[in-house]
Design a binder for this molecule. Structure first.
Ligand code: BGO
Length: 653
């Protein structure tokens, strides 16, 4: 025995309903009018195996109520004729608006076959609908189609052929208690008029004209009065609102919106018009850098204060005067602790650099820099390894391998050591925290900027001396911007910070230990006094730095050991002066704001660390590595002297 199913095809106008209807019915069409009106009614019969399907095209509508003719036709057919199933054609690119109609049909208590049409358009707009999630939520299959091309129609047929066994959707909007109670009352007492939740709700909110039934009218009036008493506002608005909330909650769970490639490119172009603008690009880059340091301080400093307090407390916990106590207190806590307190700032710096890199901004910075660099005879591409140098000079020097020609590689490798790596940061942080409390971020920002300027000038001069050929212009493909992943940035910052901590715990610790031993010898000498071995070494070198404004033997020792790694500069002060409070007051009395500045510039400019020099040697050769050391030490010293002397001349010192 053959089976007959009447299947209505409903959907919003322009959802592709006609296209799908035509795909299903082919040429088996019967065109007439809906009863009593001149609105066209299309029907198509299709026989598949032993099943005869009668597809009925319902007028395209956004809602279903008695308020417009098309909607009334749709409502009458669906609620009175009650087809065996309803295909609801949904425009996937406009999910929310289309899903509202789907919700109404579900509330009619009919079998529903949702068809997600226009999936090609949705994809282009970066919208993905997760059919698996939708199916799981509603307990019914969802079919994806591109009706205009007939794609997915065979999948739809598979669902249609099983329509007899198809379940009704299990998930429907919920309403406030008084409304639910009223719906239940109507459906129980008037099963003919209120045959579904949709009809009961329609009768309550006047979306459906109340049928000719006095008893029903009275009951409805009573229920409406009760609802009005308990809930504020118009009932039809409240019901519509709940339906939309339902749609939004589904969309939130099952619809993913990404920016499409076209949108991304358009947005990227728009942003780039500002970011790489000839006049705005430079200032914007400087502002971004300033903001970076502003955040490094404002977010990081409270944490630094906590860690500081922790180390101080730890120091107090270790009583006594023995050798071991001295080692733990002066060497370990004061020395290594002086470096470790800045971990929060370092983490934030790495995190923000990762964000800038991930968002695509760092490549713009190189692009903007190219114009400027080009004027100086350098390649803009060199700027990327240089910016990497902000993190650590070692991988930055390694990155010069990506540059095509020998000249760019050499010049960039020689420029990188002037970029302020994270190891210099603790030195700046220590000094600005004492002498420039009100302008911390501006001073540190200026030092970073000074580093860039020196790097470029050094490369410029070296190019003049060693290389004369013209530079090729920068041809760079700028990646599209994208929202940076906080997780990735945090992970990258975490890895780099861990490296910093490990270095403090191993290499820096080792160096600090040597300094502590030298400060404790010869036996019987007062710890860290001028008479100790380290005191004598420092005192011998210190006069050299007199013209630069810092001639304490401790500063000389810090700079000597700073050759090994820049964190050691702070570590040395920590070991020699003691815990944070003693350290702060000693630095405060031995330096002035001006000599602090010349000391920071010296620290910035003279060689970053032995490891960087070793990598320079490996990448570009011994001759260049030796030149790098020579230039940086001389330049650092001369600049420090210049700053101090000029400062004194103009009366700052
Ligand atoms: C024109 N994807 C795409 N990209 N387009 C579709 C899809 C799909 O999945 N499905 C349908 N369309 P109707 P209603 C048209 O007619 O079925 C297109 O109102 C044009 N016509 O081809 O009419 C479909 O019945 C000239 O497009 O929708 C149609 O629900 C240029 O969506 C339109 C471009 O489909 C509406 C398109 C002369």
């Amino acid at each position: 025995m053959g089976r007959n199913y009447v299947v209505a095809v409903a959907g919003n106008p322009n959802s592709g309903k006609t296209s799908l209807f035509n795909r299903l019915t082919g040429s088996n069409l019967k065109v007439g009018n809906w009863p009593g009106v001149t609105v066209e009614k299309k029907e198509g019969k299709v026989v598949r195996g032993d099943i005869t399907f009668t597809f009925v095209d319902i007028p395209g509508t956004y809602g279903i109520s008695a308020r417009s003719e098309d909607e009334r036709i749709a409502m009458d057919f669906l609620t009175k004729d009650r087809p065996d199933a309803v295909i609801v054609v949904l425009d996937s690119a406009n999910f929310n608006r289309n899903f509202y109609l789907f919700t109404l049909v579900m509330e009619m208590g009919l079998k529903v076959i949702p068809v997600l049409n226009m999936t090609d358009m949705a994809e282009k707009r970066g919208i993905t609908l997760h059919t698996d999630r939708l199916s799981a939520v509603f307990g019914i299959p969802f079919v994806k189609t591109i009706a205009s091309r007939g794609k997915g129609v065979s999948d739809l047929w598979k669902v249609l052929e099983g329509v007899g066994e198809l379940e009704k959707p299990v998930h429907l909007p919920a309403y406030p208690k008084p409304v639910e109670t009223a719906v239940e009352t109507l459906m129980n007492r008037f099963p003919k008029e209120a045959a579904s939740r949709f009809q009961a709700l329609g009768i309550l909110d006047s979306g459906i004209v109340i049928p000719d039934n006095d008893e029903l009218r009275q009951v409805v009036a009573g229920l409406q009065g009760k609802i009005e008493e308990e809930l504020a506002g118009e009932l039809d608005e409240l019901i519509a609102e709940k339906r939309y909330e339902f749609v939004y909650s589904i969309a939130k769970e099952c619809v993913e919106r990404r920016m499409s490639t076209e949108q991304k490119v358009a947005l990227t172009d728009r942003i780039d018009r500002f970011v790489t603008n000839r006049y705005l690009g430079g200032p914007l880059f400087l502002f971004a850098m300033w903001l970076l340091f502003f955040l490094v301080f404002t977010v990081g400093n409270p944490f630094v204060a906590w860690i500081n307090a922790g180390f101080e407390a730890l120091s107090f916990l270790i009583p006594g005067t023995g050798l071991f106590t001295s080692f733990v207190r002066e060497g370990l806590i004061s020395g290594v602790g002086a470096v470790l307190v800045f971990v929060p700032n370092i983490f934030i710096l790495f995190f923000l650099i990762a964000i800038m890199e991930d968002s695509g901004y760092l490549s713009r910075a190189a692009f903007v820099a190219d114009r400027f660099m080009h004027a100086l005879g350098l390649h803009g591409k060199s700027f990327i390894p240089m910016l990497l140098g902000f993190g650590c000079n070692i991988p930055a020097v390694m990155a010069v391998r990506t540059l095509e020609n020998e000249k760019d590689r050499v010049l960039t490798a020689l420029a990188i050591p002037y970029m302020s790596c994270s190891a210099r940061l603790p030195v700046y942080l220590l000094f600005v925290g004492i002498f420039f409390t009100r302008y911390q971020s501006t001073v540190v920002f200026s030092l970073y900027l000074l580093g860039i300027i020196i790097a470029i000038l050094v490369a410029r001069v070296l190019r003049k001396v060693f290389f004369t050929k013209a530079v090729s212009p920068l041809v760079m493909e700028l990646p599209a911007y994208h929202v940076p992943s906080l997780k990735t940035a945090a992970r990258s910052a975490g890895i780099r910070t861990t490296f910093f901590i490990k270095k403090a715990g191993t290499f820096i610790f080792g160096t600090v230990l040597v300094i502590w031993i030298l400060a404790s010898l010869p036996v019987g000498v007062q710890y860290a006094s001028a008479g100790s071995v380290i005191g004598r070494i420092g005192s011998a070198v210190a006069p050299i730095f007199h013209p630069a404004g810092f001639d304490s033997w401790q500063a000389a020792v810090a700079l000597i050991f700073g050759f090994l790694a820049k964190e050691v500069v702070v570590g040395t002060f920590g070991v020699l002066y003691g815990g944070q409070t003693a350290l702060t007051s000693a630095i405060g009395s031995q330096f002035s704001a001006l000599s602090a500045m010349s000391f920071m510039v010296m620290t910035l400019v003279y060689i970053p660390c032995v490891a960087t020099i070793a990598v320079i040697r490996r990448e570009i050769g011994t001759k260049w590595a030796a030149l790098s050391v020579g230039i940086s030490v001389t330049l650092g010293y001369l600049l420090a002297v210049l700053i101090f002397q000029v400062g004194r001349l103009i009366g700052i010192g």
